[in-house]
Design a protein around this ligand. Structure first.
Ligand SMILES: [Zn+2]
Length: 269
């Protein structure tokens, strides 16, 4: 399938940052080992974070396409019908009523981040009081704030607070800046699960969420959502450093016509 793909390749060569724009045809020149390396170390990103604010709530890729581009990930489904969580190659849909289901391969996705996870570094924490404490610990492990990172973090959660999304219907009245402060909140105590997500550098701007963005799925697959706050113990933090970024734009009419006018009115979490 032909898509408009802007590929930004960040290659770090000691002190030089090379920026390449490649098209799909150039892949033919890659050796087999280069292709395998590319698959394992690519940050796949569909749609623009800032489009949510401007009420772009329908995408044109499917759940199957997200799975073809990674085995962990996060995002949202069309009409904001739940938070998207991908763990170990399986997609989950955390609905607005708090239930968690496995979507069909044909279910449409409005926004997604994904990667094929491979562990570059890992460490363990016996006790973590809150999200901010975890961020500080991970910050010390990151080799640079100018790279992309994926995380897989399993542990026991004394408490976990996740955000969901209210499903929207046309005509769309409110952007994400209005919807997020009024999002459904789900809380659970004393259970285990996995946080999956990403760190994006500040320079990502309005294209994606900068800083940390984590989603969660419980081991029993009955509780999931966007990580807001937690208290945890026995966390195993696995980190995948990523140097390549694949940015895929929607080809919907609504996306083609949208003006990116509004700014976020809430603090990104
Ligand atoms: Zn989220």
């Amino acid at each position: 399938m032909i898509k408009n793909i802007i590929k930004i390749v960040f290659g770090c060569c000691i002190v030089l940052l090379f920026l390449h724009c490649k098209n799909e045809g150039e892949k033919d020149n890659f050796s087999k080992s280069e292709m395998e390396n590319e698959k394992s170390d690519k940050f796949y990103h569909y749609s623009i974070w800032h489009a949510f604010v401007n009420k772009i709530f329908e995408g044109d890729i499917t759940a199957a396409e997200v799975k073809a581009n990674g085995d962990i990930g996060l995002g949202s489904y069309n009409l904001l019908d739940g938070e998207l969580i991908m763990l170990d190659g399986e997609l989950y849909q955390a609905k607005e009523d708090g239930t968690v289901v496995i979507p069909n391969d044909t279910t449409k996705v409005v926004y997604a981040n994904a990667t094929f996870f491979d562990v570059d570094d890992s460490f363990e924490l016996e006790s973590v009081a809150d999200y901010e404490t975890l961020r500080k610990h991970i910050n010390r492990k990151l080799s640079s704030k100018n790279m992309f990172y994926a995380f897989k973090i399993h542990g026991e959660f004394k408490r976990m607070k996740c955000g969901g999304l209210h499903k929207q219907a046309k005509p769309f009245n409110d952007g994400l800046d209005i919807l997020i402060p009024n999002r459904p909140i789900f809380e659970r105590e004393n259970f285990s699960g996995t946080m999956v997500g990403f760190f994006c550098p500040e320079f990502i701007g309005d294209i994606n969420a900068s800083g940390y963005h984590l989603h969660f799925i419980s081991d029993d697959k009955e509780f999931a959502g966007h990580v807001m706050e937690f208290e945890a113990k026995n966390l195993k933090i696995e980190i995948d450093e990523i140097h390549e970024y694949q940015f895929v734009l929607p080809q919907t009419e609504a996306y083609k016509q949208v003006g990116f006018e509004k700014e976020f009115q809430y603090k990104k979490q």
